[in-house]
Design a protein around this ligand. Structure first.
Ligand SMILES: [Zn+2]
Ligand SMILES: [Zn+2]
Length: 141
């Protein structure tokens, strides 16, 4: 047996983004600070880049993972970004894109908080999937 495996984690392949507004935000507006939104969830304050619709969807999905609220600001929060590494990361243009439905958002945060945020998003997606499945499954018959 050969242990060779076809690896599909080719990070250089960018996911196709159907949403034109996201593409504009990511590739054009993403270079300006005006395109930043800020997600406030629990202790996290993370910047997000994407179109309004998909940034909101991302934030709402993250909000499923907290009992508190997930707030989305279209402006820099009063306290600013707490984490100094996140503040630097905002200026780093090579951040991975996270697919959101037919769009994508970028989380220009430090690796730690980026992972935190992406984790929340994944858990939120699962939570929403379970909610949907439960609703469907609860139908008699
Ligand atoms: Zn979009
Ligand atoms: Zn950080």
């Amino acid at each position: 047996m050969d242990t060779y495996q076809q690896r599909s984690d080719d990070l250089s392949a960018e996911p196709p983004i159907q949403c034109e507004a996201c593409r504009t935000a990511l590739f054009v507006g993403g270079q300006t600070r005006d395109a930043l939104s800020f997600l406030l969830v629990d202790e996290l304050t993370v910047p997000l880049v994407g179109c309004d619709e998909h940034v909101e969807q991302f934030a709402a999905t993250c909000g499923l993972t907290t009992r508190g609220s997930a707030d989305l600001l279209q402006h820099r929060p009063a306290g600013g970004i707490q984490c100094p590494s996140c503040r630097l990361a905002v200026r780093n243009p090579t951040q991975p894109m996270i697919p959101v439905a037919d769009g994508a958002v970028v989380v220009p945060a430090c690796p730690e908080h980026q992972a935190d945020t992406v984790d929340r998003f994944q858990i939120g997606l699962q939570t929403r999937h379970q909610l949907t499945t439960t609703l469907n499954a609860s139908r008699p018959g």
